[in-house]
Write a protein that binds this ligand. Sequence first.
Ligand code: MG
Length: 403
Amino acid sequence: MRIRSVKTHIVDTPIPEEHRVRSGAGYKLARQAAFVEITTDEGITGYGPCSFGSASLDLGSVASLCDNTFAPALVGEDPHRIEHLWDKLYYGSIVRVHGYRSVGVAILSAIDIALWDIKGKALGAPIYQLLGGAFQDPVPAYSSSVYWDTPEGAARQARAFVDAGFRAFKVKVGADVENDIASLHAIRDEVGYGIDMLVDANQCYSRHLALKVGRVLEQLDVLFFEEPLPIDDVDGHAFLADKLDVRIATGENMYTRWDFVPFIERRAVHVVQADTSRCGGISEAKRIFDLAGSFHLHAVPHTFSDALTVAASVHLVAACSNAPVIEYDFTYNPIQTALVKNPPVPRDSVIELPTEPGLGVEIDWDFVADNPYTGTIGIGAGSRPAFGLGFEAIADRTATSLA
Ligand code: MG
């Protein structure tokens, strides 16, 4: 079998004002999916997502980089040789030109996942079977996320997740420390302690603010504290991991196993959160999860983009003994619910494993045709780490553009 073509598709759906994502990662304006389609000379086609959907960059540049630069290196190759092709793109192009922490790795992720989709379809097996078989079936899922809100509003959002059947959910913090703390208390008052709560700061805190909030998280029995600090502050994460009796989680913005190594070496993380469609694909996420497992750490994949990413992550979590749960975005997200005809969805806080070969999902081409890319940026500016002053020292945390 040989690869015949590689083509990128982009889907663009605006988010209504009342459903905007509000978090330290930015003010999300649209849900955008970029995914590759790899065809072969034997009629098998694979699909893989690139997690830069809804990102602050022109997705047209992602498509041209993939289709004009990476595709020629793949056409004519044997799609079954996934590790060979991963190395060919990574060492032949990405580390030399595009950067090892870059959109190049995200495109490599899409290609890797599409190759796994092809392999599964060619062998007639779901991908989790090729990764070693199901360690768990179904896969537990937590709901993501309670967005920035008043304490009363945050409690209402959390209640809606519980009423929808979730037994675990995540809460966004980082807007204002006192409001964050009040909101977390209000949520616990609303849902009680029988529900697992996770907290995500999207890199918005300084070390001292993270320690202050972290001590509240200890009292509120929070399961993990996600991206408490900027990802470049490895020592800061180690400081928190040493001081706090709450798990430290990070990794959604990391690329390849080599971003995770210093965190693991310096005991700065308890839960690694590699995103399959950003970190280097299913192949690289499996390596990262296994690396974490070697150090008795847990792995919980980040998914906050599209149905193909959820599907890839379901296969991965199913096959990994140290991956207890998967993230599922239960807010307004058409690219997660409508991009494929049979999206993996949680019921009673679990997701059943796909039974069809490969990823086990089928692209809805009508949805793709009906929601073409407009060229607009999908997310506003994210926040910088806060200092803790009683007034807003950093302008415009919810900016709708980068201007
Ligand atoms: Mg996060």
